[in-house]
Design a protein around this ligand. Structure first.
Ligand SMILES: NC(=O)c1ccc[n+]([C@@H]2O[C@H](COP(=O)([O-])OP(=O)(O)OC[C@H]3O[C@@H](n4cnc5c(N)ncnc54)[C@H](O)[C@@H]3O)[C@@H](O)[C@H]2O)c1
Ligand SMILES: [Zn+2]
Ligand SMILES: [Zn+2]
Length: 377
């Protein structure tokens, strides 16, 4: 089969690899019809993870079931499914409690598995013609009859929509509240959309990419351009000096200031300043336990100077981590089906799999207008 293979920093290529196949009775085999490039893939693409060369990438996957193992009961050949980026077993302590992003079975010795991702187990990704789906009855979300017509929307259930929603859940966004989202990438935009869904009264989105800020506005948020002046001050000014009620971090450890200099603690510390006393902050941007290729000594050990005194003094609360996609994907699917959510509006490019390397390069360069890239193998 054809698949996108990682060969080293900024070096990916589509090539022939052995076909994905059923390996255990609980597996399904999916023919991929849409698979997205994610900001999370860029951490690997830029050489800022320990992902092994030769890995097939791709964790935002949707397609048609073409074969099931003998132990699969619910999912049927012909079903159109979207796969949570997390691979869970369904029977470990964490899966039972809903923490499917921290499965203890699928990636032994760690907590949490995913398709085609660094440190997330031996699983191949779906930027390929075929994908092996472990524990298929547990992991596959079957889509209704409008699956093909709304493919651009439903594919977002694999990651960024539930992840954005998770940010607002960690922050417990409630009706009538103000929310500030740091980062207007796909995840930040989905967090802004989710905050609106939960009844927020005003949502600010901070970034400096004009095309992404425009999308934030389309979603109904107030764009904050941090290259036009201190973002924290802009939020304080807009909230009578109080700060926003809630905050979401959607940038991660490769955060940089608007001149391009990397500052891993910048977004978290800005949120501590821009959220009001007793407010909650949900961190869904990725942070890693070690970042050996960072130019910063502390960051190499996965650390940064957190403004903990202010955080404590303000009595704030912070939640973090990978999204447990299965907690939200069914409900969000139903909203898409009923035309109450259209996450696909952020899609900027749809490419064939053979154009994937170019898609990576241009998305990574944050070229104007390259917001979210879908690949169709
Ligand atoms: N927790 C999860 O389950 C989960 C799932 C998916 C993605 N992620 C992570 O979420 C983060 C965002 O993903 P994405 O796909 O939107 O990525 P992206 O790289 O496309 O977007 C990041 C955005 O942040 C902006 N940015 C950078 N520094 C900033 C700063 N200091 N202030 C304001 N904006 C800044 C960039 O301009 C860019 O628009 C990544 O770290 C990704 O790995 C986490
Ligand atoms: Zn993703
Ligand atoms: Zn599990």
């Amino acid at each position: 089969m054809r698949a996108l293979v990682y060969h080293g920093p900024k070096n990916v290529a589509v090539e022939n690899v052995p076909d994905a196949r059923i390996e255990k009775p609980t597996d399904a085999l999916v023919r991929i019809t849409t698979t997205n490039i994610c900001g999370s893939d860029l951490h690997m693409y830029e050489g800022r993870t320990d992902v092994e060369e030769g890995k097939v990438l791709g964790h935002e996957n949707m397609g048609e079931v073409i074969e099931v193992g003998d132990g699969v009961d619910r999912v049927k050949v012909g079903d159109v499914v979207v796969l949570p980026f997390n691979i869970g077993c369904g029977f470990c302590k964490n899966c039972e409690n809903g923490y499917t992003g921290f499965c203890l079975t699928a990636n032994p010795g760690s907590a949490g598995a995913a398709y085609g991702y660094a440190s997330m187990g031996p699983y191949s990704g779906g930027q390929a013609e075929l994908l092996r789906v472990p524990y298929a009855d547990w992991n596959a979300l079957v889509l209704p009859e409008d699956a093909r017509e709304k493919e651009k929307d439903y594919v977002m259930l694999s990651d960024i929509l539930p992840t954005g929603y998770h940010g607002t859940e960690l922050a417990r966004v409630g009706i009538g509240e103000s929310v500030v989202v740091w980062g207007a990438g796909p995840v930040g935009l989905m967090a802004a959309m989710s905050a609106g869904l939960r009844g927020a009264n005003q949502v600010f989105v901070v970034d400096r990419q004009p095309d992404r800020l425009r999308l934030a506005e389309t979603i109904g948020a107030t764009p904050i351009d941090d290259s036009a002046g201190d973002a924290v001050q802009q939020i304080l000014d807009a909230t009578r000096g109080e700060g926003a009620d809630k905050g979401v971090e959607a940038v991660g450890y490769q955060a940089h200031d608007h001149t391009g200099e990397e500052r891993p603690g910048l977004t978290v510390n800005s949120l501590i300043e821009a959220v009001r006393p007793t407010g909650r902050i949900g961190v869904v941007g990725v942070f890693v336990p070690a970042d050996p290729n960072s130019g910063d000594d502390l960051a190499q050990e996965g650390k940064f100077g957190m403004d903990f005194g202010t955080f404590f003094f303000k009595g704030q609360t912070m939640g973090t981590g990978q999204a447990n996609v299965k907690q939200y994907n069914r409900q969000l699917r139903n909203l898409i089906h009923r035309d109450k959510l259209n996450p696909g509006l952020i899609v900027s490019h749809e490419l064939g799999l053979d154009e994937a390397a170019e898609g990576y390069r241009r998305f990574d360069d944050r070229e104007d207008g390259w917001t979210k890239v879908l690949l169709h193998p």
